[in-house]
Design a protein around this ligand. Structure first.
Ligand SMILES: NC(=O)c1ccc[n+]([C@@H]2O[C@H](COP(=O)([O-])OP(=O)(O)OC[C@H]3O[C@@H](n4cnc5c(N)ncnc54)[C@H](O)[C@@H]3O)[C@@H](O)[C@H]2O)c1
Length: 447
């Protein structure tokens, strides 16, 4: 049987530059997620723990037919930076070292923290670009000063250039607090209007956008782990393409939305209707405190709300999903710290309209779920930057797998279904390596 009837397609492999030398990761925000990431990478490097949850470290990828039994590790299939070559630095508005910040976040236990304390103490944040207008619940003094946002961007560019001298490649990761809800305005439309806005201190330009502008101007990939409006504006997408500096969607997909994008596609696949989906969370870390501010919550709410509509497509299935009531609450509850608890109540209905309920109670650990997602995004963005067929695309839609709010080309509906996202990601890896894509058709086994 020909390869064509197997459904897969083989394309020419892309040029992929090797991952030699050091990969510098500049983390914006030295809080719970980033210290859990940094401490975790160091713990794995020392053999103290396994990188559970990370596809780049533990995942495999099937090549060829099911009967070929050929499933190498992803990290052996595509050239990814080795964890031993990853170097971290950070920006924060508090002066705490990564050790002090990790101790404050109290995600990792004292024993593990004590073992890597000397390493974590070496990571001290650079002063931040920060303005309390965009994150109401924080107030720090370790910040940069400048007359204009342009001057602040230039100071970040100077930081990036200085770090670049010590490493071979750089990725910037926003793991900082969620900013207030902003909508795109005229200033966000072109690189020129954005640069004018930096000069004139346009209020629509948030600090996260200043960091993103600095990174993309330097040809550095930018990952947005939070739900704020950052690179999802035409000006920064254009800059990303222009400078071959990849971007992706936003907001790590970790707890409740992770579950939602598993369950909702299952209901839809079986044409089970949904009348209501009530999601609530209690969370007591600093992120929870920031999200207690209604304007930051609104940013998170929009990001969390998006997935169901796209998955259910009520316009195609009005009998099943037209009037779905979708509600999301996040409650700041300090006693739980980073150990978030999420409840979902789903009112669904089946054959002849008979109602049913499903309850999901996820007692998760926010940063433990987020750290491997952040690591994979960083390593894959660095891969995209080194890959001829990906580096100038701007948006890396194949990384939607990791994000609550995938970013797409203008006018294209995002894909939220976790398993379609997973297939898309693995097929992208096969594609850049010139391997046959896997469609799961499988008729050839019965030929
Ligand atoms: N943990 C998860 O599962 C998860 C999932 C999705 C998204 N997120 C997002 O990731 C982000 C980080 O979460 P976290 O739990 O680590 O929060 P955190 O509050 O522990 O850490 C955020 C850090 O960012 C710093 N910061 C804020 N604004 C800054 C700026 N302009 N420049 C530099 N530093 C700045 C704060 O001082 C703080 O140290 C949040 O936006 C959160 O919503 C987390």
């Amino acid at each position: 049987m020909s390869t064509q009837t197997q459904g897969g397609q083989k394309t020419a492999a892309s040029q992929i530059a090797p991952a030699t030398g050091k990969l510098g990761v500049m983390v914006v925000g030295l809080g719970a997620v980033s210290t859990t990431l940094i401490a975790g990478v160091e713990a794995v490097r020392r053999g103290l723990a396994k990188p559970i949850g990370s596809l780049t470290q533990m995942g495999t990828i099937r090549l060829g037919k099911r009967t070929d039994n050929n499933s190498p590790l992803i990290k052996d299939f595509v050239p990814l930076a080795d964890l031993n070559d990853v170097v971290f630095t950070a920006w924060d508005l508090f002066e705490d070292s990564a050790y002090e910040a990790a101790a404050h976040a109290s995600v990792l236990n004292d024993k593990m923290l004590a073992e890597i304390k000397p390493y974590l103490e070496t990571i001290k944040p650079l002063p931040a670009v920060f303005d309390q207008y965009y994150v109401k619940r924080l107030n720090g003094t370790h910040i940069k000063h400048g007359k204009t946002k342009r001057e602040l961007a230039d100071q970040l560019i100077a930081d990036i250039r200085a770090f670049k001298k010590t490493v071979d490649r750089v990725v910037v990761l926003w793991a900082a607090s969620t900013e207030i809800f902003l909508e795109p305005t005229a200033v966000h439309q072109t690189i020129e209007s954005f640069e004018k806005g930096l000069e004139s201190n346009d209020i629509s330009i948030a600090p996260s956008q200043i960091y993103a502008y600095a990174a993309l101007s330097e040809g550095v990939p930018f990952v947005n782990g939070a739900p704020n409006l950052t690179v999802d504006i035409p000006a920064l997408v254009a800059l990303s393409k222009k400078n071959a500096a990849p971007v992706a969607g936003k907001d790590f997909k970790t707890g409740q939305t992770f579950m939602k994008t598993i369950l909702a596609p299952a209901f839809k696949a079986r044409l089970l209707g949904v009348r209501g989906w009530f999601s609530t969370n209690i969370l007591g870390n600093r992120d929870g405190e920031v999200l207690d501010d209604p304007q930051s919550f609104k940013t998170k709410e929009e990001s969390k709300l998006g997935s169901l509509d796209y998955i259910f497509e009520p316009e195609k299935y009005p009998d099943l999903y037209k009037d779905i009531f979708h509600k999301i609450r996040i409650n700041y509850y300090p006693p739980r710290g980073d150990d978030k608890e999420a409840w979902d109540n789903i009112d669904l209905f089946g054959w002849l309209g008979y109602p049913m309920q499903l309850k999901v109670n996820f007692l998760c650990r926010d940063s433990i779920l987020a750290a491997p997602v952040a690591l994979d995004l960083v390593l894959f963005m660095d891969l995209a930057k080194r890959t001829s067929s990906l580096q100038s695309l701007g948006i890396q839609e194949w990384l939607s797998f990791y994000l609550k709010s995938p970013q797409t080309a203008a006018g294209l509906k995002p894909e939220h279904d976790l398993f379609i996202q997973s297939m898309k990601m693995k097929n992208t890896l096969r594609h850049i390596k010139g391997e046959e894509l896997i469609t799961h058709l499988g008729l050839e086994y019965y030929d």
